[in-house]
Design a protein around this ligand. Structure first.
Ligand code: COA
Length: 181
């Protein structure tokens, strides 16, 4: 599977990506609000292997794609959707980017392509993002994607030994379509 945007290509992850993806996966700032800590190279490889194994299942519910910078020709992050409820056509979206590429609109560009795929080819009804409210950049990305702030759960997640809140942003297929040019 391959999605293209003006500056990026979203493609399946490859085991050999691990050396590059580990550069941001071992960055404490990048993984600060994620469920895992900085990863070793082996852990980055194992993550990709797990993604590939799960992506091979039928029906496929996981689309966790490498975000490749067209000019650099290598992954600068990843962006994914997982169908969380097949019957209700619902999925969750996430995004992670190498810190040296933050603030250039790459994540919004990548996530828009994935949302188009989700609402188009997958026929999703609703996509949501679960954001730690301290993660202002992530919340801003959700807003820029046209997502609505739907809920704020208090201390519903134990993240690295600390109770943390979750803000849920949601987007429906009809809202997505209405916002398309
Ligand atoms: C969240 C993340 C993917 C955003 O990547 P990015 O490519 O920098 O995102 P974009 O450039 O497309 O958009 C970022 C927006 O957030 C804003 N932003 C960034 N840091 C911010 C902050 N501390 N406070 C408020 N807004 C902030 C940017 O200004 C930009 O908005 P603007 O275009 O209106 O100015 C990146 O910060 C990251 O990888 N974080 C670590 C992983 C993570 O937490 N992922 C989220 C899990 S769902």
């Amino acid at each position: 599977m391959r999605l293209e945007t003006p500056r990026l290509v979203l493609r399946e992850q490859l085991l050999e990506d691990a050396e590059v993806t580990n550069v941001y996966e071992r960055d404490p700032e990048v993984v600060r609000y994620q469920t895992h800590g900085p990863r070793t190279l082996e852990e980055s490889r194992a993550y990709i292997a797990d993604v590939l194994a799960e992506s091979a299942r039928t029906p496929r519910t996981l689309f966790d794609l490498a975000v490749v910078h067209r000019e650099e020709g290598c992954p600068i992050g990843r962006c994914g959707v997982r169908v969380t409820d097949v019957g209700q056509r619902e999925a969750t979206l996430w995004y992670v980017l190498d810190r040296r590429c933050w603030g250039q609109g790459f994540t919004v560009e990548a996530a828009r392509a994935l949302l188009a795929f989700g609402f188009g080819e997958l026929g999703l009804h609703r996509v949501f993002v679960d954001v730690d409210p301290r993660n202002l950049a992530s919340a801003r990305v959700a807003e820029k994607l046209g997502m609505r702030r739907e809920a704020h759960f208090v201390e519903n997640a134990l993240l690295k030994g600390e109770w943390t809140d979750s803000v849920i942003f949601g987007l429906l297929d009809r809202e997505w379509r209405a916002a398309q040019p």
